[in-house]
Design a protein around this ligand. Structure first.
Ligand code: PLP
Length: 452
């Protein structure tokens, strides 16, 4: 049985003996010792020493609906009783995945018609690479094999998705990127915009895509893949000029526009999908995280009607499959999750009430703060940018250490926020109340003050 009564030290000792953690120097972690998180309820989590933290990051930006929802637990339990698993050589289907698919397209713009399910965002982006290349094969343009991502973009940890992503330290592990992947710069005005206005910089950044397509040959470029706002890379919201220009360029050169909505989906910005906030029209969407609010793993690749029709009518065998694609338990939980997000007006509240409240409070609290040069965000996603000199937009040389210290102080204050290179970022559970938003901003403010 699962022993939930061990001491923290015991847990940590066993963990250090047998468990390799993701994205961390394991030796350093063994010295620092991981917190043992034992409980979650609403917007809070608790550790094995009884400390309570307000979770400003929805776990890993996935617990959109908050922790401990009995209706999601019941949906999982009932589905496990009725049909815990079934997939017979991919020739069968089941009500949970059918009902989920039906409901999902109630929230997606009408240009999308089909979804292929995976267990994670990484797998969905992995599949994206193959699907884009397959699509161009089927329409008779097999040379369009190159996918262009962005430096500092994040699309997952598997071989293809990490190649598509632009974290060089990830490329160094395992000899990435794979062939036929290219990258352009990120639209990070605060760090890279120089003397240009944000709008001018947004256009220049987008036009790097055009220059790259021309350099590679449009006949060789199949897709541009990006997060509508760059999540793990620092919650970077591009200037308003960026996405319309990207859309124009993709249409001009017949390049598919693929949005990674793994973080941005399911209400994060107050829209169901974050590309809707920016007002552009991707050909594919990668989804995961908020689809199930992280209660169980599930992801997917959503295809436009045009792409799906092309692949179904003329593509023959879709040579891809996972044992757990459309897993009944995950599908039942996803369905309960998106029904609750909708029926309880949670996404709508983020759009019209709590989201604007959070953004306003962040601006009021930090815009005059001597260490904070920029506040960006929409709905329930936000970043505060550290600056050594606000007047000249000079960044801290050791910005990674500065923000890491701030996030560690956040833990001491009882709030979980995340640090990226120069920014503290937050993506709270969408059910946070105004009082909890006050607590989030107040505790973060204390941590920022102590960072100085
Ligand atoms: N895409 C984006 C934008 C992400 O932020 C993540 C994870 O953080 C992924 C893809 C990968 O998803 P997963 O961790 O479920 O594989």
């Amino acid at each position: 049985t699962l022993d939930t009564q061990r001491s923290t030290q015991e847990y940590q000792a066993i963990d250090a003996s047998h468990h390799i953690h993701a994205f961390i120097d394991q030796k350093a972690l063994n010295a620092e010792k991981p917190r043992v998180i034992t409980k979650g309820y609403g917007a809070y989590v608790e550790d094995s020493d009884g400390n309570r933290y307000l979770d400003g990051m929805s776990g890993l930006w996935c617990t959109n609906i908050g922790y401990g929802r009995k209706d999601l637990v019941a949906a999982a339990a009932k589905q496990m009783e009725d049909l815990s698993y079934y997939n017979m050589f991919f020739h069968t289907t089941h009500p949970a995945v059918i009902e989920l698919s039906n409901r999902l397209f109630d929230f997606l713009p009408k240009r999308y018609s089909h979804v292929v399910y995976t267990n994670s965002g990484s797998e969905a982006n992995e599949l994206l690479i193959r699907t884009v290349r397959r699509y161009w094969d089927v329409v008779g343009k097999p040379s369009k094999k190159i996918l262009i991502g962005r430096w500092n973009g994040y699309h997952g940890s598997t071989v293809g998705s990490a190649s598509l992503g632009g974290f060089k330290f990830m490329h160094e592990m395992g000899d990435l990127p794979i062939a036929n992947i290219a990258h352009i710069g990120e639209p990070y005005w605060y760090a890279h915009g120089g003397a240009a206005t944000p709008e001018a910089f947004g256009l220049t950044s987008a036009q790097e895509l055009e220059a790259t397509i021309l350099a590679l040959g449009a006949e060789n470029v199949g897709a541009f893949v990006a997060e509508p706002f760059q999540g793990a890379g620092g919650m970077i919201f591009p200037p308003a000029s960026y996405w319309p220009e990207i859309q124009r360029i993709c249409r001009k050169y017949n390049v598919l526009l693929c949005a990674d909505e793994v973080i941005g989906g399911f209400g994060r910005t107050g829209e169901w999908f974050s590309h809707q906030h920016f007002g552009f029209e991707p050909d594919t969407l990668t989804i995961a995280k908020g689809l199930t609010s992280g209660y169980v793993p599930m992801g997917g690749l959503v295809l436009s009607r045009h792409m799906a029709d092309t692949l179904v009518e003329n593509g023959g065998v879709f040579a891809h499959g996972l044992t757990y694609s459309g897993h009944p338990v995950a599908a039942a939980v996803a369905l309960a999750n998106i029904n609750a997000l909708d029926q309880e007006g949670i996404v709508e509240r983020v759009k019209n009430d709590t989201g604007p409240y959070l953004q306003k409070l962040l601006h009021e609290t930090f815009s005059m703060h001597p260490l904070i040069g920029e506040i960006q965000g929409q709905g329930f996603v936000a970043a505060i940018q550290f600056a050594q000199n606000k007047a000249t937009r000079t960044l801290f040389e050791n910005e990674t250490e500065v923000t890491w210290r701030c996030r560690t102080l956040g833990f001491e204050e009882g709030v979980i926020v995340r640090s990226t290179a120069g920014r503290i970022i937050m993506a709270p559970t969408l059910v946070m109340t105004r009082d909890q938003i006050d607590e989030l901003v107040e505790k973060t403010h204390r941590a920022v003050n102590r960072t100085a």
